[in-house]
Every structure is written in structure tokens, then in C-alpha cells.
Write a protein that binds this ligand. Structure first.
Ligand code: AMP
Ligand code: ZN
Length: 493
């Protein structure tokens, strides 16, 4: 086995390369993922990113690491236009609905948890909130001011990007150059109090109408959006930790600013491996809350969105997402979901068949090679589409064994069953079995009726009808088998 297949490799956005993964502390992994801003229901695009990192979390655990997974809840400081302008998203919703900001936060945090539970994702180990870490954020602002990389103006504090860039590099993660940024941003109109357009807020003064406000050494205000992630990641994972993730759209400015903030306080690069999940699109455009170009999970589960031909279960939707690599763009459509559903059912049926396979005294193939292929796929930057393709190959193999074209011993079947279960249920986090149980109940009932009709036809020597039932079912991939205990059926590929 080559090194690239036996060791986990992760694409690091900072180096632009796949690197073999070595945690800072043996057997332990610290992972931080930017969580949702809880001012509206999560859409499927958000879900894709969290499902991608659930896969990472699950595989790291499968490999035996003890993982501390921290995923925050942004409940303050994220302004409408992402930059330093506009109203706080949560305050705005609270104002429009005439409720408390914390009612907004509670409502959408509950929705977020419910949705992610429907997708069978694992809860993080710590889920800290921005409002629960105001003191920590104020402390970091003080440290950055003390290090000379931030300045106060009129009750707000800004990060001085140009000054930071003289002794550090700003833009290494996103590949942007400060000169270009300066050149491309319009000159300040004079209304802004920032020294330069690229500077970003660490602390903003709260105007009298701003509801979410906290006292600070600079007066009443609220933290800048980028600061919360620096405060919460370093508090729970240390000054340097293994993995930081988020959607691709957070690379700049959010993550770039996180790096600058951390380096301005402790001079260290805070994160070894930066991971960015790619976007879910709809009609070729990024799904987003702000543009309305999105589908909500419930609309998909109920089939209530006009773009969908029918409802799709959370498990099928998740399977659809996992059939694309997390770094590829994925476009959601009814056709693509229907295709995924077919594959999902094929996988389900194949796995079910595994427990009923004939057992032989000798195996005609090497099961360990089949299983190794699963590891190789996941070790290659969590390549779930390749893993699923390998699982489909295994399903073909299961059919061949069922048809007597290949043979497996009882212990090989057991080994295969264990590995498939581990990769399908533990690593991919699918719940195939539950879904399939319901499916087969109906199939079993329908076939019971047909088998009974065929038995009646045979009893009255109407072989035309009995053969017709048998052949028509076979044409649809359902093979009837007559045995001494009556007739049973198997599914053919
Ligand atoms: P937000 O609540 O907007 O801060 O987003 C929460 C997470 O969802 C972030 O990691 C975003 O990068 C991610 N995200 C937002 N839109 C999409 C999308 N269309 N596809 C995938 N991830 C997304
Ligand atoms: Zn963040």
C-alpha cells in the first residue's frame, strides 16, 4: 500500500496542496467550523457545508482520533453586508418581527438543530455562542491594540491591515495581495472613520437604536463578526489547532481576518489545516438567504417546492450531497435528486442482501482489497463520491455471489458486512436500514399477493398466467424462487 492511500491526506486551502495529516497532539484533533448566523431558517446550502464537516468529523473518529469539534452559533455581530456596514442581522429580524433578539436566536437555533438531526449529523463537542464570549472578545481587542495593530476612533476599534502587513502577510489564505485590494477598493468617501477601506472592525460603537450592546473600555458597543471565531476557537482549542473549516465564501474576508487577529496577538499561525467546503447551487447560482435563491430542507422533505417533482427524504438528500466531493460545486435539481434516489435504493437493497448470501467453503476473491478501496477513497481528502462508487462495486459483487458467479466464506461475508456498516452508517452517516425497512414492507406485501395469485393459477393448471407473473417480475428484476417452504423472491441488479 502506498503512503498516499494508507495515510489521511487533506487539501489545505492555505498551502493549496493535499498534505498528509499529522495532528499537533498525537491521537487528538481540534477542529473548529464556523456555524450559522441564526436569523433565519437554514437552507440546503448551509446544510451541505455542515454535512461536509460532519463527514470529516465522522471519519476522523473512525480513524481512532479523539476529536474536539467546536462549531459556533453566530448570534451577534454579523452585519447585513458582511463588512462593517449595515444593521446586525439578528437585530434587524427582531425589529421587523417586534420580538427580542434572543427570541430570534432561540427560534433559528432550534430549527438548525432539528434540521441537522434530520440529516443524522453528529452534534459538535462544544457549541459556543458569540454573545456568551463578549468578555473574551474584548480581551483580544485590548491585546491587538497593545500590539499596535488596531486603533480606536469614536468608540469603535479597527484592525490596521496595512500596518499588520508590514511584518506579516495579509491575504495568504485567499491569495489576495494588499496592493490590489487597496487599488480595487473605492476611496473612502470621508464619511467613514476607518483609516483605510481594507481595515475591519474589531469592535463597533452601538448607536442609541442598536439593541444588542455591551459595555467595553471604548463605550457601549458590539464585537466585529470575525472576532468571535478567533475568541471561541482559541479559547477551546488553543493558540494553534489542527483544522478550521467553513464554506468557501468565508475564506475572504472572514478567515483571512481570523488569521490576522490571531497573529496580531500571539504571532502564531492559528490553524494548521484550513478546509473550505464548496457551494450548493440552484439553477447554477449559489444558494443564499439574501437572494432568495434557495430551497429549505422542509420544502424538500415535503416536496412542496415547485422546482421538485416529488418529496425526497433527508437520507436521500444527504446521499445526493455525498455523491459529490466536498470541494466541488454541486447543483441541486429534481432530476439529480431522482438519480441519487435510484442509487440509494440500489445500495440499500444490496446491503440488505448481504445478510442472506450463500456461504461457501472458499472465497473466489480477496475481500480485504474491497475494503482497502474504501479507506483509500476516504484517505484521499475525504473522497466520498469515490467511496460510494466503490460501495456500488461491492453491491455488484454481492449480486454475483447471490447468483453463484462468485463465492465467499462466512467469515469473509462477516468482514465485508462489518466494513460496509462502518463506512455506510458510521462514516457517511446514512440511515439506509431504517428507510429500507419501510420500503420492503410494501414490497413484501405486494409480492405476497402476486405469489398467491401465481400459486392459485398453478393449482388450476393455468400455466400461462403463472408463467406470465414469473416472467413479468423477472423482467423488472425480481426473481421468484420455488423451494420446499414455498416461494421466495430475490432482487437482481
Ligand atoms: P451563514 O449562516 O450565512 O453564516 O452560513 C453558514 C455556513 O453555510 C457557512 O459556512 C457558509 O459558508 C455556508 N454556506 C452558505 N451558503 C452556502 C451554499 N450555497 N452552499 C454551501 N455552503 C453555504
Ligand atoms: Zn467564523
Amino acid at each position: 500500500m502506498s503512503e498516499t492511500t494508507s495515510v489521511l491526506h487533506i487539501f489545505n486551502s492555505l498551502s493549496g496542496k493535499k498534505e498528509s495529516f499529522v495532528p499537533i497532539e498525537d491521537k487528538h484533533v481540534g477542529m473548529y467550523v464556523c456555524g450559522p448566523t441564526v436569523y433565519s431558517n437554514v437552507h440546503l446550502g448551509n446544510c451541505r457545508t455542515f454535512i461536509s464537516f460532519d463527514l470529516v468529523f465522522r471519519y476522523l473518529k473512525y480513524l481512532g482520533y479523539s476529536v474536539r469539534y467546536v462549531r459556533n452559533i453566530t448570534d451577534a455581530g454579523h452585519l447585513e453586508h458582511d463588512a462593517d456596514e449595515g444593521e446586525d442581522r439578528i437585530s434587524k429580524k427582531a425589529r421587523l418581527e417586534q420580538i427580542e433578539p434572543m427570541e430570534v436566536v432561540q427560534r433559528y437555533t432550534v430549527d438548525f438543530h432539528k434540521t441537522l438531526a434530520a440529516f443524522n449529523t453528529l452534534a459538535p463537542n462544544i457549541e459556543p455562542t458569540a454573545t456568551g464570549h463578549i468578555i473574551e472578545q474584548i480581551e483580544i481587542v485590548k491585546e491587538i491594540i497593545a500590539s499596535g495593530f488596531a486603533y480606536e476612533v469614536n468608540g469603535s476599534v479597527y484592525f490596521d491591515v496595512e500596518k499588520f502587513n508590514t511584518s506579516n502577510t495579509y491575504g495568504a489564505l485567499s491569495g489576495r495581495k494588499l496592493e490590489d485590494m487597496i487599488h480595487n477598493t473605492r476611496a473612502l468617501s470621508g464619511q467613514s472613520e476607518k483609516k483605510a477601506p481594507q481595515d475591519f472592525a474589531l469592535w463597533k460603537k452601538a448607536e442609541p437604536q442598536h439593541i444588542m450592546r455591551w459595555p467595553s473600555p471604548w463605550g457601549d458597543g458590539f464585537p466585529g463578526w470575525h472576532l468571535e471565531c478567533t475568541a471561541m476557537s482559541t479559547k477551546y482549542l488553543g493558540d494553534q489547532f489542527d483544522i478550521h473549516g467553513g464554506g468557501m465564501d468565508l475564506k475572504f474576508p472572514h478567515h483571512e481576518c481570523e488569521i490576522a487577529q490571531a497573529k496580531a496577538t500571539n504571532k502564531k499561525n492559528p490553524v494548521n489545516t484550513w478546509m473550505h467546503a464548496n457551494m450548493l447551487t440552484l439553477n447554477g447560482k449559489k444558494m443564499a438567504k439574501s437572494t432568495g435563491n434557495n430551497i429549505l430542507p422542509n420544502e424538500l422533505f415535503e416536496g412542496s417546492n415547485p422546482l421538485l417533482s416529488k418529496p425526497f427524504s433527508p437520507d436521500v438528500t444527504k446521499f445526493f450531497m455525498l455523491q459529490a466531493h466536498y470541494r466541488s460545486v454541486l447543483d441541486l435539481s429534481s432530476d439529480a435528486l431522482e438519480a441519487a434516489e435510484k442509487g440509494y435504493n440500489r445500495l440499500s437493497t444490496g446491503i440488505k442482501m448481504l445478510s442472506q448470501l450463500p456461504k461457501s467453503s472458499k472465497s473466489s476473491l480477496d475481500v480485504s482489497e474491497v475494503i482497502q478501496a474504501y479507506h483509500t477513497a476516504m484517505n484521499d481528502d475525504f473522497n466520498s463520491p469515490v467511496l460510494i462508487a466503490e460501495l456500488f462495486e461491492t453491491v455488484k459483487l454481492i449480486y454475483r455471489v447471490n447468483d453463484g458467479e462468485e463465492t465467499l466464506t462466512a467469515s469473509d461475508i462477516e468482514q465485508l458486512r462489518k466494513s460496509i456498516n462502518a463506512f455506510v452508517y458510521e462514516v457517511l452517516g446514512l440511515t439506509l436500514e431504517v428507510a429500507k425497512k419501510e420500503d420492503n414492507t410494501f414490497l413484501d406485501k405486494a409480492l405476497e399477493v402476486l405469489i398467491e395469485m401465481r400459486d392459485q393459477a398453478r393449482a388450476s393448471k393455468d400455466f400461462v398466467t403463472s408463467d406470465r407473473i414469473r416472467d413479468a417480475l423477472l423482467a423488472k428484476g425480481i426473481q421468484l424462487k420455488d423451494g420446499k417452504d414455498g416461494t421466495s423472491y430475490t432482487l437482481k441488479s
